[in-house]
Design a protein around this ligand. Sequence first.
Ligand code: A3P
Length: 292
Amino acid sequence: MDVIDVRNPGLVSHKGFLLIKGLHDPDAVDMIRNLEIKESDVLVVTYPKSGTIWMQQILLLLEAKGDLTAISKHVKFSNAELVPWIEVKTEKFIKAPSPRMTVSHLPFSLLPSALSQKKGKVIYVARNPKDVLVSYFHFHKVGNMLETPTDFDDFFEKFMRGDVFASSWFEHIKAWYLHKDDINMLFLTYEEMVKDLHSAVERIALFLGSALTDEQLADVVKHATFNNMKKNPQANYERVPGRLLSHHQGTFLRKGTIGDWKNHFTVAQNERFDDTFHREMADIPLDFIWDI
Ligand code: A3P
């Protein structure tokens, strides 16, 4: 694997939302708002580090009725070739055969307005933000398009300021949550997926109208567990070129647990986080599972 330690720290603010310079083209992102959406389109929306690549694997497996070999056909590097980020590969999404499947970290205000006419299907996956912060910290060492933080304290401050790709976690979830009834949306949490993957996969299958036998559903679950995805280079992004991901620094599938923040936050950071969480989320009736 060619590992090149080239890091591009640049973020660019576009309509109040931070994008990655060199990866996202603001003009292409602007096209997304007016895209036509088909009833069969499936969009997974997440704030980074909330289970995006997990959902890519689940969507592909559901479409393949649990047959893992079917989803590795025609793939060179990773599942992103089949379920791309719409903000990175907009043209690819537009031209994809139905059902078009895509993932996105974009805010509500930048994704297709047609979603608000209940066109397409949106799955929003939310994760408790303390674990998001920790996972994002570690991922900044792996993703070469992201600035490597000096240390955890440095990253903690950046996350709290929303000075990271995808801006503030609070703004992201609030806007999507407040519009959930205007959209054909399934709202899931990472924690419910960790605690009971089978039930979560059943809910997703029901939402998408996927008709699978019990055996096929069990196969989907089997190939979407943390241990099996970690062993699968296509699902774990291990073949993605080293100029994009520093594989020696870590992998997409890192720990896959609930509550790792306890190994990172100081007491003072935790108190500050709780204060911010309660203030920002005062009007949002959402609770999270913070540990197991
Ligand atoms: P950790 O860094 O806490 O381990 P994203 O795909 O949005 O970038 O999210 C990555 C996070 O999801 C990582 O969290 C990764 O381990 C976790 N993840 C991915 N697949 C998973 C699975 N099958 N089970 C549990 N966690 C998973």
